[in-house]
Design a protein around this ligand. Sequence first.
Ligand code: HEC
Ligand code: HEC
Ligand code: HEC
Ligand code: HEC
Ligand code: HEC
Ligand code: HEC
Ligand code: HEC
Ligand code: HEC
Ligand code: HEC
Length: 336
Amino acid sequence: MRINRVSFILFSTFFGLVLAAAAVSAASVPGIPDGCGTRCHKSKVREEFVHGPVGSDDCIACHNPTGLEHPKNRGAFRLPGTGTRLCAVCHESKATKKVVHLPVADGGCLDCHDVHQSPNRMMLKAEGAALCFGCHDKGKFTANHGHSPVTDGSCLSCHDPHESDNRALLRHDKASLCFSCHDKKMAEGVSIHRPVAQGECLSCHSPHGSAWPNIMKGAFPEPFYLPYAQGNFDLCFGCHPKDIAQDRRTDTLTGFRNGDYNLHYLHINKPDKGRSCKTCHDAHAASQPRLIKERIPGFGTWDIPIRYTRTDSGGSCVAGCHKPKSYDRLRQIKNP
Ligand code: HEC
Ligand code: HEC
Ligand code: HEC
Ligand code: HEC
Ligand code: HEC
Ligand code: HEC
Ligand code: HEC
Ligand code: HEC
Ligand code: HEC
């Protein structure tokens, strides 16, 4: 108490001197000196990003005077409320959409923002992903194969920090989120893979990164040719029967057969130079039926063209890989 009194006297003397020297107008509110931020509390306005009312010295917009003289008394100011109530005096609600970030719903505006000032834009308590990692486990966002906007810390390129009408606070839903950065053309063509047409990019890709290349949700090899092994194509066989790569003969498993000779098996299941699905199929969309690509990388700069024609019971393929060949499910064709 004694110490408080002494410091108070020193303080008010100093304050009085400043007032006298400047000889400015009296405070607009009785008992409250003018120039709170410019004269006394300079430390509240020294960072690069200062909150609007703080910068304009409108301290009493939040620190409402109670009628007691300042700095003579404690309790000369009262905040109009805590949490969202304080901000709602001037800002529109951040909790009007279907999905509201839990700290926002809980009124934790000051979990992320400093109320007076900050070295970070928007008076944020931390910059980029560091803000998010204050509450979310960073470990979940550091995969072997990262997605570059995530590894860059641009969480906000996909998420709104406060609220959204889309699940998971996403700025756009489904494929339109991805197409805000990636070329939409990848999903256009004569044949479009069903999950792609439905905008379900996340049935194959993990948005934050993954253990597999191309932020895949399951194994899918990078090379066009590789020795066959079970598990190589787990991604595809999450939805398609894996036996198309394992049964030499079938009447039912696949349409890609000559009589009952399984041509998927023939191309894929080889001990040395088995083909990957992507030798023939584009996982997204293609200009030929059945997701068959127009060309695949060949040698050097030469691309191998593929021309695929369907018939009622089979098809034919003119490819740079081999002489033209045909297949027919009903009557096995002998290719030369
Ligand atoms: C937008 C509302 C708002 C404005 C405007 C504002 N403050 Fe504050 N102030 C707060 C809140 C909320 C606290 C409670 C502590 C905290 O969370 O930082 C606070 C705390 C304080 C404190 C005590 C704790 C500390 O951080 O030192 C001082 C001193 C202070 N403010 C001074 C000022 C001054 C001086 C101004 C004007 C230049 C100002 N404030 C403008 C909201 C505001
Ligand atoms: C007394 C009115 C007032 C109150 C209360 C208030 N603000 Fe502000 N706020 C402003 C003004 C004015 C601006 C500047 C607007 C501009 O520059 O366009 C602003 C700007 C901001 C900005 C953006 C800064 C920028 O760089 O564009 C954020 C973030 C912010 N306020 C957060 C808050 C939070 C969080 C609270 C509650 C703790 C709050 N405000 C309470 C008046 C207020
Ligand atoms: C989880 C962290 C977080 C919480 C909690 C949070 N904000 Fe923000 N806020 C941000 C971020 C990040 C930005 C910058 C957005 C950007 O750059 O697009 C921002 C921007 C703002 C802005 C300026 C731009 C805009 O969107 O209007 C205002 C005003 C604001 N916040 C007010 C609030 C208020 C009021 C609350 C509490 C109801 C709140 N914030 C809670 C992280 C948060
Ligand atoms: C103050 C703590 C806090 C901070 C900071 C924070 N979050 Fe959250 N966030 C939570 C909590 C709590 C939940 C709800 C529980 C959960 O899902 O973990 C949540 C949930 C989420 C969700 C799921 C929302 C839903 O309804 O599906 C997303 C997305 C999210 N946060 C993104 C972010 C991003 C991006 C940032 C950085 C800009 C961030 N968070 C910063 C606390 C925080
Ligand atoms: C490329 C877009 C994108 C970026 C960048 C991104 N996210 Fe997400 N995030 C998503 C999508 C899409 C979902 C929904 C995932 C789902 O439903 O399977 C999600 C979900 C979440 C969730 C809730 C569910 C979960 O997986 O835990 C949190 C929390 C989250 N993100 C935080 C972050 C943080 C933190 C960052 C930055 C380090 C970030 N996100 C960057 C797209 C993104
Ligand atoms: C904010 C921009 C942005 C958004 C949104 C975005 N991406 Fe990306 N993505 C990138 C960038 C940048 C790269 C790396 C450069 C490149 O290869 O184009 C990348 C790379 C990729 C890769 C290749 C990864 C690798 O290992 O090379 C895949 C696959 C991918 N994104 C899928 C998606 C999916 C699916 C979505 C929607 C959930 C999405 N992206 C949303 C910016 C984005
Ligand atoms: C059925 C699984 C599947 C679905 C669904 C899918 N992808 Fe892919 N995606 C792949 C595969 C497989 C690759 C690797 C292709 C390769 O190696 O040639 C890939 C590669 C990518 C790449 C990086 C290489 C490139 O082609 O640029 C991007 C970006 C990408 N996908 C975006 C998307 C987007 C956006 C969607 C939704 C519209 C989507 N994917 C849906 C399987 C899928
Ligand atoms: C999330 C489930 C899912 C995954 C994963 C998946 N597919 Fe599909 N695929 C489908 C559906 C659904 C259809 C449509 C089935 C139908 O028409 O009977 C389809 C159809 C196809 C077709 C026939 C297209 C047409 O135009 O008739 C091919 C070829 C194909 N998928 C290849 C692949 C390849 C290669 C992979 C792995 C990169 C893969 N799929 C992964 C769901 C999936
Ligand atoms: C040598 C080229 C080639 C390779 C390699 C290939 N496919 Fe196919 N695939 C085809 C052709 C051609 C068709 C169309 C068959 C028809 O309808 O006549 C087809 C059809 C399909 C279909 C539609 C249903 C069916 O079986 O008829 C699926 C699903 C499919 N392929 C998945 C895959 C997967 C998964 C891989 C990799 C494990 C793969 N394909 C590898 C050429 C290939």
